[in-house]
Design a protein around this ligand. Structure first.
Ligand SMILES: Cc1ncc(COP(=O)(O)O)c(C=O)c1O
Length: 410
């Protein structure tokens, strides 16, 4: 079956936040939206069909899935990541951010510090601070030129582009120092990393896991973007690296990014350690949450059962979008840099070399270029002077976005 990702599906007036929040968020009516991380592509037909079948039944009572749901999930992770998930490791939650908040409440006390790596997906900071804990950042560092090659997963540095040599790396010395200094008990890892697009190497993951284990610090590994990896890179599911590592990890997965199901609110949290799992389940009980949304469960199973050919086609299309954007930027917008992503469908654009003051950048993007992107500083001060573009859209939309940017600079 072939899939067409070029078709534009009008999402306006569906109450989707990407388009229907434009006016209430103070954006011009004719702004082009490439901000929030959902896709402008309909999910695979098998998922819509499964939802239709459930809808036709007409009774939407409490639902707890049987074995085929778990087999679909574990089949996906063993085929794609060589990671065998046991059914009793799985805790279902209505979203990954919900699970991050749950972890903060489970593994830390009010007043404790939690480690993250800014610039990072902004709800990481929100769930820490909203729960009365403190953010400590082992901020990622930008590496230039040849140093950037050290982040390559394979010889020859896939995706390395001399026009855009910058990439992000972990300052491991700072990582350990901060854990010790702030008596960190919980580290929220974003893997692959949103917004900088790093797919962490096995070596980087092992080093982080080792340091955390040494200092008795639990790792919550948010791997919601694990299915989006560009050619030449390989995603390692953190608890797949060893039993010892798995014992210290709460892994957050979801079909929501991969198959565009975010509104269905379903995620699968994998906790191999019985001790950690018991603590999480105890905290979950306090929230009053029990069963997941029926439609989400139906969609999740269908996606993991049937979604492979669709995802493979999507990955090819996204790579085409990435190449298109990099080519455009290289030729027509020499003042803008891009951090070449190894994974995710997000592009982290660096405007710091332009004449626009970082504090003015958002106004320029929204009111001059008429684009609604994600402003870099929402990911932490480290993101000042950057903007994040969601490239999971038809190529013609991406082209219009880049042309608007070019015209604004002209
Ligand atoms: C790293 C990361 N975690 C979690 C989420 C959202 O997860 P959920 O919608 O399941 O809460 C996103 C969405 O962009 C994300 O990028």
């Amino acid at each position: 079956m072939s899939y067409n990702f070029d078709t534009i599906t009008d999402r306006r007036n569906t109450d989707c936040i990407k388009y229907d929040w434009t006016v209430e968020r103070g954006k011009p009516k004719d702004v082009l939206s490439l901000w929030v991380a959902d896709m402008d592509f309909p999910t695979l037909p098998e998922v819509s069909e499964a939802i239709r079948k459930a809808a036709d039944h007409g009774i939407y009572g409490y639902t707890e899935p049987k074995n085929p749901y778990y087999e679909a999930l574990s089949g996906w992770f063993s085929r794609r990541f060589d990671f065998a998930i046991q059914k009793d490791w799985i805790v279902k939650t209505p979203g990954v951010v919900f699970a991050l908040a749950l972890a903060v409440r489970t593994f830390t006390e009010v007043g404790d510090s939690v480690l993250i790596q800014r610039p990072v997906y902004y709800p990481f900071s929100q769930v820490i601070e909203a729960n009365g804990r403190k953010v400590v950042s082992n901020s990622l560092v930008i590496r230039k030129g040849k140093d950037a090659r050290q982040n390559s997963n394979e010889d020859g540095c896939p995706g390395f582009n001399p026009r855009f040599p910058n990439t992000y790396a972990i300052d491991f010395e700072d990582f350990e120092k901060k854990i010790v200094k702030h008596q960190i008990r919980l580290f929220l890892l974003c893997s692959p990393h949103n917004p900088v697009g790093r797919v962490w190497t096995e070596d980087e993951l092992r080093r982080m896991a080792e340091i955390c284990k040494k200092h008795d610090c639990v790792i919550v590994s948010d791997e919601i973007h694990c299915d989006f990896v560009f050619p030449g890179n390989k995603h390692f599911v953190l608890p797949s690296l060893s039993e010892k590592i798995a014992d210290n990890v709460m892994l957050c997965t979801a079909p929501s990014k991969t198959f565009n199901l975010a509104g269905l609110q379903i995620s699968n949290i994998i906790i191999p350690s019985i001790e950690l799992r018991k603590r999480v389940l105890k905290e979950l009980e306090k929230t009053g949450f029990s069963q997941c949304n029926t439609t989400g469960l139906v969609a999740c199973r269908a996606a993991y059962e049937h979604g492979e050919p669709w995802l493979e086609a999507l990955l090819v299309y996204l790579k085409g979008n990435l190449d298109f954007a990099m080519d455009f930027l290289a030729k027509k917008l020499p003042q803008v840099d891009v951090i070449v992503p190894q994974g995710t469908y997000l592009l982290w654009l660096d405007f710091r070399k332009t004449a626009i003051a970082p504090k003015e950048l958002d106004h320029f993007i929204v009111h001059k270029a008429k684009l609604w992107l994600d402003s870099g500083e929402i990911f932490g001060d480290e993101g000042l002077g950057f903007q994040r573009i969601n490239i999971a859209c038809p190529r013609s939309v991406l082209a219009e976005c880049l042309e608007r940017l070019q015209n604004a600079f002209a």
